[in-house]
Design a protein around this ligand. Sequence first.
Ligand code: THU
Length: 186
Amino acid sequence: MNETVELTLPALEVPDHRVETPAGAIRVPGIRLPEKRVSVDAALVAKLIDHAREAARLAHAPHSDFHVGAAIIMADDPYATIFSAANIENSSYGVTVCGERNALFAAASKGFRRVRYLALSTVDALDAPLSERSPCGACRQAIREFTEHDVAIDEALILIDTGDPGVLCDVMDIQRLLPHGFTFAG
Ligand code: THU
């Protein structure tokens, strides 16, 4: 059964503005993201959310007791392998690595470079607002590295587990999660 559905990610239209002050001008960059049509395989989304929840069970989180699982499929992997991982904490706290990055780096270590789906489950906070269920800033930047930077063709979708049994996930893309992310132009 073909369960592919079309979704529209919202446009973000905030103009730049500039304020003149006696000390010089201050610029406030706006955001211009066109509406984006994306296709999603709903059965695969459900499967990836399950894998992310399952991965969270294996989290090593003795310090926060906050278990996070992630499951990824890469667009350039012809076998559509599911790479899943959990957050791994350390008593030297800064050494901790989030579930999303552990899964992403496992995929990238196999040579894949373009995210198609990244599902994430903060299983201990599913009834929390989106801000408590979505990827941290470091993970957003890491994910961005493995997406197309061209808004029009970028195919990477971030699937965020929800506490609602009637809702498969919240879906976003990296431009909406990290509008002014860093690119090293070299
Ligand atoms: N954590 C993740 O695994 N992913 C995120 O996007 C946010 C936070 C982990 C890190 C730490 O082990 C615990 O959640 C509490 O911050």
